[in-house]
Design a protein around this ligand. Structure first.
Ligand code: GLN
Length: 304
């Protein structure tokens, strides 16, 4: 495949559709991000990087961080994690409270907000300095020591996180959070508020295309088996209640964030990240999803 050529074509096609979708507005700091941005980056298994458009502009990674924290929690407690967390698609919005009551505080999967809070709780219980551990993880995976949090977004998340406060307390009432609820939420807001660009992000999940090995640090991040399983959960749950449609149109394990980013994995081939801030009604990047759809159509690269 002529990857630079394919990325160039996608960039042109996406820019013609600028204006569609709506930027996330649940916090003011995200509502002010300009809509007309598009970046796409991919990293192949031999470390080749191709990027186009605004791929080097940092943005708020939001729920894409749920992939990194899930990996950390699995490394900490292994399959015991699944006693506190399911792995079924929820079919409900990412910040929904509805299933938690029936399921007695066991979130459906690690990629909805409720699930990510249980994952955060596990990390808090197993790391002395959880916030450093997370920063070290994303910096080492992407080979960029400058990654940090966006202070404005972090403060905005904390100030207006009413639903997240409700979710964490509700889970706590079922004893499925063991640390202080505010500490869990602070960690969760930090992970959402990390700022990275498409190249950093594509690199940061490359281990999921490479049987669990990280190229930039040379480390084994997770086992081959866990990498396979994380990919499976990304495919079935990574884009929330649009995961079925996403599998249909794109056919890759992927994880979105309301900042407009989506990371995706072609197992044994490459990892990718697309970014365009305007979202569809399910909270996934509208043009980012379109770009990945075009990419898998043009290359024939999908898990199917
Ligand atoms: N910060 C967002 C929230 O907690 C993250 C959600 C997302 O990216 N889907 O609601």
């Amino acid at each position: 495949h002529d990857l630079p050529d394919i990325l160039g074509t996608i960039d042109e096609e996406v820019r013609r559709r600028f204006g569609e979708g709506r930027v996330a507005d649940y916090i003011p700091a995200l509502a002010s991000v300009p809509k007309e941005r598009f970046g796409m980056a991919l990293v192949t298994l031999d470390g080749e990087v191709h990027a186009v458009g605004d791929a080097r502009e940092p943005f708020s990674i939001q729920s894409m961080s749920k992939v990194h924290t899930l990996t950390m929690a699995l490394e900490a407690v292994g399959d015991r994690l699944w006693r506190r967390l399911g792995r079924e698609p929820s079919g409900d919005p990412f910040n929904s409270l509805i299933q938690l009551e029936h399921e007695k505080g066991i979130p459906r999967n690690p990629f909805i907000n409720a699930g990510a809070m249980v994952v955060a709780d596990v990390i808090l219980s197993h790391c002395d300095r959880p916030e450093h551990a997370l920063l070290d993880f994303v910096r080492a995976r992407s080979g960029n020591p400058r990654i940090g949090r966006d202070e404005e977004i972090w403060a905005s998340e904390r100030r207006s996180g009413y639903r997240n406060v409700a979710l964490a307390n509700f889970i706590r009432s079922f004893d499925n959070i063991e640390n202080d609820v505010d500490a869990v939420l602070d960690f969760y807001y930090l992970q959402c508020a990390l700022r990275m660009d498409c190249v950093d992000l594509a690199r940061s999940v490359r281990y999921l295309a490479a049987d669990g090995r990280c190229e930039s640090s040379g480390e084994r991040v997770t086992s081959e088996e866990q990498a396979t399983r994380i990919n499976a959960i990304m495919l079935t749950c990574g884009t929330y209640d649009a995961a079925g449609d996403f599998a249909f149109h794109v056919g890759l394990p992927a994880k979105s964030g309301v900042g407009g980013g989506i990371v995706a994995v072609v197992p044994s081939v490459m990892s990718l990240c697309v970014w365009s801030p305007a979202l569809d009604e399910k909270g996934n990047s509208l043009l980012g999803g379109y770009a990945l759809h075009r990419f898998t159509r043009m290359t024939g690269l999908s898990v199917f």
